[in-house]
Design a protein around this ligand. Structure first.
Ligand code: AMP
Ligand code: TRP
Length: 339
């Protein structure tokens, strides 16, 4: 497909739309921190331009962006090892997105399940144009770095496929081999952490029930209570992964245990198979408290010093632009703009 070999580079982003959950931590942040320690360049982004595709109160947006930055750092992303940025502070993202708006087709956007879900039962005519074009900006986030690998949760797979389509169409239309064909990285037991109240629904910050999720800002008591009250079935835990089929709540709790303890599901079940939930849940609660409370206290410490966060983001933007400015310049040249 592509003749050029691109240097491996990891990019991913999260919207600063308020609140981080255990799903964000296991499906994204923890994996971002792990990728950082594998000798590949890593770039992580707070996507504030994506957030405003739906209404955001300006003061909340600013606070949420700083809180998200604190969440990244508290989860182990080290600004000395990774480039940590806020999207709007690196203008090349939005500039490349415009070019991609002209490469992508309306039909591609209309087929995105996130677009369909967000407008289902509502008046799609009243959705912002930005919400419709959202995936083209996401493709620009990735391709303005020539990123080759994008760790995301299962729900973002279709957007990465669209990013590949945009890269291929651009390369084809202009007869170049300029943008890489990016790979989604969706692996591990926790690419889809489910609600604690309903094992068939994704754990989400937008669920009206706070008991359905663990927030990264929850204290030890709240974490324990939510896990003890999590919905389960009456059977004991099975001794192999096959026994979790058709048991979504049991599977979810085992997956969470597996991801937090960094063991495979089979290793976990070798240890806990045959146990009742009354015994397993306190074990899971203790593990979750041990892993998550240091993150929430570090986040609280960091958000208390917003000036320091702003300094980190300003420096990240400077480092990022060393990569993005030449790639945008070259893109404009390919497209036929006078440089
Ligand atoms: P969001 O908060 O939906 O913008 O998601 C930010 C990142 O967290 C994306 O990579 C998502 O795929 C991931 N994510 C969000 N919720 C979950 C979940 N319940 N399980 C796994 N990953 C998730
Ligand atoms: N759309 C992603 C989400 O909602 C966030 C995002 C924006 C992103 N740009 C990205 C993720 C680029 C990975 C790469 O989770």
């Amino acid at each position: 497909m592509s003749e050029t070999t691109f240097t491996p580079r990891v990019f991913s982003g999260i919207q600063p739309s308020g609140g981080l959950t255990l799903g964000n931590y296991l499906g994204a942040l923890k994996r971002f921190a792990d990728a950082q320690n594998q000798g590949i360049q890593t770039i992580y982004c707070m996507v504030d331009l994506h957030a405003i595709t739906v209404w955001q109160n300006p003061e909340d947006l600013r606070n949420n962006t700083r809180e998200l930055c604190a969440g990244f750092i508290a989860s182990g992303i080290d600004p000395e090892k990774s480039i940590l940025i806020n999207q709007s502070q690196v203008p090349e993202h939005a500039q490349l997105a415009w070019v991609f708006n002209c490469v992508a087709r309306m039909g591609w956007m209309g087929r995105m399940t996130q677009w369909k879900d967000k407008t289902a039962g509502k008046n799609a005519e009243a959705a912002s144009l930005g919400l419709f074009a959202y995936p083209a900006l996401m493709a620009a986030d990735i391709l303005i770095y020539h990123a080759t690998h994008v760790p995301v949760g299962e729900d973002q797979k279709q957007h990465i496929e669209l990013t590949r389509d945009i890269a291929m169409k651009f390369n084809h239309d202009y007869g170049v081999d300029f943008f890489p064909i990016t790979e989604p990285v969706i692996e591990g037991a926790a690419t889809r952490v489910m609600s604690l109240r309903d094992g068939t629904k994704k754990m989400s910050k937008s669920d009206p029930s706070d008991a359905s999720r663990i927030n990264l800002t929850d204290d030890a008591d709240a974490i324990s209570k939510k896990i003890r009250k999590a919905k389960t079935d009456p059977e004991p835990l099975p001794s192999d992964a096959k026994g979790l089929e058709d048991r979504p709540e049991a599977r979810n709790l085992v997956n969470i245990y597996s991801a937090l303890s960094e063991q495979t599901v089979d290793q976990v079940l070798a240890e806990v198979g045959g146990m009742q939930f009354g015994t397993f849940k306190p074990m899971l609660a203790d593990l979750a408290v041990a892993k998550l409370t240091p993150i929430s206290s570090e986040m609280a410490r960091l958000v208390a010093d917003p000036a320091e966060i702003d300094r980190i983001l300003a420096r990240g933007a400077e480092q990022a632009r060393e990569i993005t400015a030449p790639i945008l310049k070259k893109t404009y040249e390919i497209v036929g703009m006078i440089g």
